[in-house]
Design a protein around this ligand. Sequence first.
Ligand code: PRP
Length: 183
Amino acid sequence: MDAREIEADLNETLVTEAEIHAKLAELARRIEADYEGRDILLVGVLKGAVMVMADLARELRPHVTMDWMAVSSYGAGTQSSGVVRILKDLDSDLTGRHVLIVEDIIDSGLTLSWLLGNLRSRGAASVEICALFRKPDAAKVEVPVRYIGFDIPNKFVVGYGLDYAERYRNLRDVAVLAPHVYS
Ligand code: PRP
């Protein structure tokens, strides 16, 4: 889906598909260098990270393996509470593995902060985070992120995996949702 097809629903485009792909290529080169000689297990967090995972994994030149988790934070509405429930756990045993968590966005940081602790307790050799977007002004906890794509303003953004009511994930770019859509 292209932004111009739903322009009435959007304010401005924040990051284009081309900018995302250029950034993922840059991150992939850093990841390849940092993990040279070590096998990477990419862990994607459903559902938002599907696009990042698909594009980052294909950008990486060595073999990687992929696994998925689905988590849900308890709490009202759109605000994270920090209490996280596992809806789908990993299929893999993490013992001795080099785990790279792949996320679309860090908002409050509560989900990733919890996930980092959870995965680190499973005996992995290392656990690092790659997140394509981060909203510094929304942070409630600092999350140690090794690879970050873009810092963006604390606005309601959709596209490239990010949804509003499960829609807009297939928008190619990342754009600010027009307030009339959700108010
Ligand atoms: C989004 C995103 C992160 C989390 C970030 O997922 O993919 O997992 O919120 O928010 P936080 O930093 O405030 O914890 P969401 O719960 O919307 O589910 P989705 O990936 O299925 O859209």
